[in-house]
Design a protein around this ligand. Sequence first.
Ligand code: C2E
Ligand code: MG
Ligand code: MG
Length: 603
Amino acid sequence: HCEAQLKNYLDLGAKDKLDIKFSLSGENTYKKESIKLFEKKSIGDNNLIESSDAYMSPFLISTVNKPVFILASLDKQNLKDALNKNRQQLLGFILIAIIIIFIIFNVLIHFGISKPLKKLMEQISMIKEGHYDAVSIVKTADELEEISKNVNMLAIAVNNRETSLKNSQNQLEYLSTHDELTELYNRRSFSMKLEYALQMAQRHKTKLAVIFLDLDEFKQVNDTLGHTIGDRLLQAVAHRLHSSLRESDVLARVGGDEFNIFVNGFKNITELQIFAQKILDDFQEPFVDAENEIMTSASIGIAIYPDDGEDTESLIKNADLAMYRAKEIGKNAFSFYSMELSNDLQKRMGIVQALKSAIKNQNEFLLHYQPKISIKTNKILGVEALIRWKSPELGFVRPDEFISIAEDTHIIIDIGHWVLHQACQDFVALKDAGFDVGQMSVNVSGVQLEYSDMYKTVKDAIASSGIKTHELELEVTESYIATNEKSAVATLMKFRNMGIEIAIDDFGTGYSSMSHLHKLPISRLKIDKAFVDDLPDSKESVAVVNAIIALAQAFELKITVEGVELEAQVNFFKDKYCDDIQGYYYSKPLTIQELKEFIDKTS
Ligand code: C2E
Ligand code: MG
Ligand code: MG
């Protein structure tokens, strides 16, 4: 009872562990240290003693008989265990609290700082990438929102700054590459563009022309009418030059009254010549406004890549030299750097002008007919119409000299039209007069087939003359077929379908593909004079001619041999698969009258 009372009294957390001992003779029972305590202490006094392994508290209770010694002791280990347990619980609690706090902290950071910060960073990186449109701002109602607003404002400011920077950069770029007065390219950018164009021309193996143009007597305009009018003249010239260029041409003002142009992708010299002449012709109209009508002309020099120079500098320099030559020959003229070309072109120019008036007059042209004779019968199998031109200015001009020029300028379309109509009419007239020449062969240029409605021209000529379709043969050149492999089949097929015969002229010189030959709607090969010339002695010519004959035989094509002048040549063909000879040996091309006499004689 006493023990229970005591324990309650003590009310310790570790009361179960409290060990209480009772004794009536304390000295023998307890440890020495406590004895002394018993002597002086009474119950209720706080007398705790500590030993190495326990806490002890002795009590002395006086009873009627004897004092009772009580010793309450608590094993230190028990207390330690209890304390450790408590400590562990506390630590666990602290750990959980830390984790919870950490999670809460993270959530708070995420929603309160990270997300808005991320948005802010996005705003900033958009600026970095050059997107300056105002984006939706961070809504955190704190400093971050304020920063976000400022970032947006910064974007607008940067945008404005950048736009104006770009504008001034563009302006600077424009000023450094353009001539302020005429707004054309300046010398520097012309050179750069030419440099690049030359690289392209080199890579693609194309030609390029540099044109140097200088106004005639510009100084006089400036001196007499003043610089303002002079400036306006230059602007008007720039404008007019610019409007006559193609998109690929580049025009620049390179000095006071000097302009440079480079032209690429031209087909031939004639095209350049026409271009230069057109520029000069454009100067025939007065410049500037109604109040100040100024007539001026220009001198033009042309240098061609790669013939007259391979780099920017030498081409411009040579075009400049050529321009001086144009000044020397009286201004308002153009000249090529190459003297040979210049003379040649001067001559070509003359032919072009004369051809133009010949087309109007028509009576300058005449047709001669060269008979095609059968080796076996010596009879006439057909005639080839060959044009002759007697120009009032130039005298007699050979077809070799003017046909290619007429082709370059497309004048051949009108000439060819006339030839076809005339030849068909002559054929029918001869026939009506009792001179049957068998067949009429007419040369047709590739230009006519490509650039005119040849089908209509042929149909008209047949209708107006009354020639039968099988009596008409069109001679097309091998080079036309070689360069228009695909379209040639369709074009020629139309004539074949009408019953008209088609011959390939100058066969063997135009590199047409042999594999293509069987697809072509042709009926005849004309062996070129070049192969006949060396017959019968040249082994090579014999081989070529034999090969052509074999080819014609295989494809069931007729053959005409051109340019036969010698008996030995006639004999060469005698026992071959060909019976149709055209050449001086039998007859030169003849006038109608001569042809009639020839027929009379041979029959
Ligand atoms: P081509 O069609 O091959 O005509 C044959 C040319 O050879 C003619 O020259 C003719 O006179 C010449 N020739 C014929 N036999 C002999 C010969 O035995 N010896 C020599 N040395 N020459 C001979 P031509 O009349 O001067 O015509 C030259 C070329 O001009 C023609 O060659 C033809 O391609 C073209 N041509 C002539 N007239 C016309 C035409 O009306 N239209 C077209 N597009 N071209 C034509
Ligand atoms: Mg011919
Ligand atoms: Mg020929």
